[in-house]
Design a protein around this ligand. Structure first.
Ligand code: SF4
Length: 228
């Protein structure tokens, strides 16, 4: 469900990626299988950029990687505890909002420009609209982690996913930061599964109130760190 809060700018021409796509600025949405907005803690899941299916249907995280994120990583019970999906209100969003031709990776300028124009204002709007709801930003992959970390800390850092996981659980600007590997990495290499599940445990711990809330980087690491 698209919320007024998360309205898309269908006429955006801020970079050349709007040329030739079916959906300019794929919108952020409320994940309808999670809890209704305003009723529970909020988790903002930030992906990379739309793939072919997302561009065709104008919906984020519905391709193969997105389905894994929705159903497996957000929807599964971990350690016999309720799923993240059943514990929280989930917003699904992308760092870059337009598909890239032939599915190539967006460039740094696309990440920077699109995040400033769409992602950052949305996160600020969510923080303002739901000030009492614990808010977690779950970043999928290095590029989402980079942009969100810059938004939260003001620090321009180019780091790997493994390095960003050092900051998992940190709370800045009223958001808890968690980053994990992009599900596409798991689809290529199954050894990413355990680290991703460990990062989902951190999200669960925050939602269940069983993790200490910290205001500076902590030392939470994946159980089996993998070079990226
Ligand atoms: S990628 Fe982002 S900034 Fe570029 S045209 Fe699309 S919505 Fe606008």
């Amino acid at each position: 469900m698209q919320l007024p809060l998360l309205e898309r700018e269908a006429s955006c021409t801020a970079c050349e990626l709007h040329e030739g796509v079916q959906t300019v600025c794929v919108p952020s949405i409320h994940y309808e299988d999670s809890r209704p907005p305003g009723s529970s803690p909020i988790v903002c899941v930030v992906g990379q950029n739309p793939g072919h299916e997302e561009d065709r249907d104008g919906v984020p995280l519905i391709g193969v990687s997105g389905q894994y994120t929705r159903k497996v990583f957000l929807g599964s019970m971990i350690d016999d505890r309720p799923s993240i999906r059943s514990l929280s209100t989930i917003f699904l969003m992308n760092t870059v909002r337009c598909w890239t031709p032939q599915g190539q990776d967006p460039g740094i300028k696309h990440y920077t420009r699109c995040a400033k124009r769409h992602l950052y204002p949305e996160l600020e709007a969510i923080g303002a609209a739901y000030p009492d709801n614990l808010k977690i930003i779950l970043c999928l992959g290095r590029f989402a982690g980079q942009r969100v970390w810059t938004f939260l800390s003001g620090e321009k850092r180019r780091a790997s996913v493994a390095e960003y996981t050092r900051f998992n659980g940190s709370t800045l600007r009223g958001f808890s930061f968690v980053t994990t590997y992009h599900p596409a990495a798991f689809l290529r290499e199954r050894s990413y599964f355990d680290p991703i599940v460990n990062h989902m445990r951190i999200v669960q711990d925050i939602l269940l109130g069983t993790a200490p809330r910290v205001t500076k980087p902590n030392t939470v690491k994946p159980r089996r760190p993998v070079a990226h």
